[in-house]
Design a protein around this ligand. Structure first.
Ligand SMILES: Cc1cc2nc3c(=O)[nH]c(=O)nc-3n(C[C@H](O)[C@H](O)[C@H](O)COP(=O)(O)OP(=O)(O)OC[C@H]3O[C@@H](n4cnc5c(N)ncnc54)[C@H](O)[C@@H]3O)c2cc1C
Length: 361
């Protein structure tokens, strides 16, 4: 939807085909760092996001066992001054609703599952599950980590399971008033990369979101919101500092999902079709950049296509890819290494990216 909004702003006609039949209020948080908030501000959705989001005061790293603080970045107004936008932590559904409200209703076509694409020299034809087809000047596969468009372009290549399962839970802030730093984004680092607890405010600070991970050798379930057992977390994190254990004690219900990755792709586009977001560069969430990268992609793609006619599309897609591939590959790899901001405090290369002005030549 970010790409659709940005492309409409650049004067193009768009249609968004979504396999889901209805938008339901599922999922949990999304942490939008200043680079993404800066990008969505010019899409006209930033003000609405600020109404329900929280603005973490700091980004803090702590050693899980000792509680020692190893990094602290001022966020909120300090980030706004430095990067032109704050960090916003928000419910996923609020982000989706804000984006949807910027698109005319007739451009968003629900219940239209795509099975593939034929990408030719002058156009691309989308194939739908119901057997119909439609031809466009450009097709953008923004269909997530299991992208049907990616498979149609580049062949079957299953995402790799990382051996980690993520757990997510929320608790009301007023049930734990004595816990420190609940208005900040804090990451408690474990003794192995598969262990961490991340805590930050949601819903204007009224709720506290908790993200954690556990190693698990295999995974065969399907789903983003499978129920988990918080006791599994409490047992695995029994060696953590008291403040971190107290956070887990506040959570009663958790959902579980597996973490999958793919390697950076050598090429995204073929003919009149390209990829965007997780379809092109899925990553583990340890830098909280997956959705942020999808939003940056959207802005840069629309800028590359500004004023383009159908004949200009392959060259415009090459410019988009040239600008976006190195950055997204670096963030995929850095997320997987899971060392970012453990120590030190220079986040400029991530938070300072300006999708609206980076050269797209
Ligand atoms: C536990 C966890 C926490 C995360 N936290 C953060 C965070 O804090 N900040 C952040 O920036 N990122 C975060 N991410 C990453 C982020 O969720 C993804 O990177 C982001 O959702 C990718 O957006 P996307 O639009 O590319 O794909 P998706 O969000 O996967 O959207 C793809 C859409 O395409 C639709 N679709 C799929 N297949 C088809 C088809 N065949 N036909 C039609 N429609 C189809 C889907 O229904 C869906 O609506 C997190 C990820 C995980 C797993």
């Amino acid at each position: 939807m970010s790409a659709a909004i940005a492309l409409r702003q650049a004067g193009h006609e768009v249609a968004v085909f979504e396999k889901t039949r209805a938008f339901n209020r599922v999922g949990a948080d999304i942490n939008l760092t200043p680079n993404a908030v800066f990008a969505v501000d010019r899409l006209g959705v930033g003000d609405v996001l600020r109404e329900t989001a929280a603005r973490p005061t700091f980004r803090i790293s702590r050693d899980g066992e000792t509680g020692e603080e190893t990094s602290r970045l001022p966020m909120s107004s300090a980030a706004e001054e430095k990067y032109g936008a704050p960090q916003l932590t928000i419910h996923r559904s609020d982000l989706l609703e804000a984006l949807r409200d910027k698109l005319p209703e007739e451009t968003l076509l629900l219940g239209r599952a795509v099975t593939g694409v034929d990408s030719g020299a002058t156009s691309a034809t989308v194939k739908f599950e119901d057997g119909t087809e439609e031809t466009f000047d450009l097709v953008v596969g923004a269909d997530g980590i299991h992208s049907a468009i990616r498979t149609a372009l580049w062949g079957e290549d299953h995402p790799k399971y990382t051996g980690m399962v993520s757990y997510r839970g929320v608790f009301p802030k007023d049930t734990a008033p004595e816990l420190p730093d609940l208005d900040a984004f804090t990451k408690w680092w474990g003794e192995i990369p598969e262990k961490q607890i991340v805590v930050f405010p949601l819903t204007g600070g009224k709720e506290i979101f908790v993200f954690s991970t556990l190693p698990q050798s295999d995974w065969s379930e399907e789903g983003w919101t499978l129920p988990g057992d918080v006791e599994d977390l409490r047992t695995a994190y029994a060696n953590f500092h008291e403040d971190a254990r107290n956070i887990l004690d506040c959570v009663s219900d958790v959902t579980r999902s597996a973490l999958h990755v793919r390697d950076p792709m050598p090429q995204w586009a073929k003919g009149h079709t390209t990829l965007l977001g997780d379809a092109a560069h899925p990553m583990v969430p340890f830098m909280a950049q997956g959705a942020c990268m999808a939003i940056e992609d959207a802005v840069v793609l629309a800028r590359a296509l500004d004023g383009a006619t159908s004949a200009d599309i392959p060259a415009a897609l090459a410019r988009y890819e040239e600008e976006r591939k190195p950055r997204t590959a670096q963030i995929q790899e850095s997320s997987l290494a899971n060392e970012w901001l453990k120590k030190g405090s220079n986040a400029d290369w991530v938070y300072g990216y300006d999708a609206w002005n980076t050269p797209v030549t």
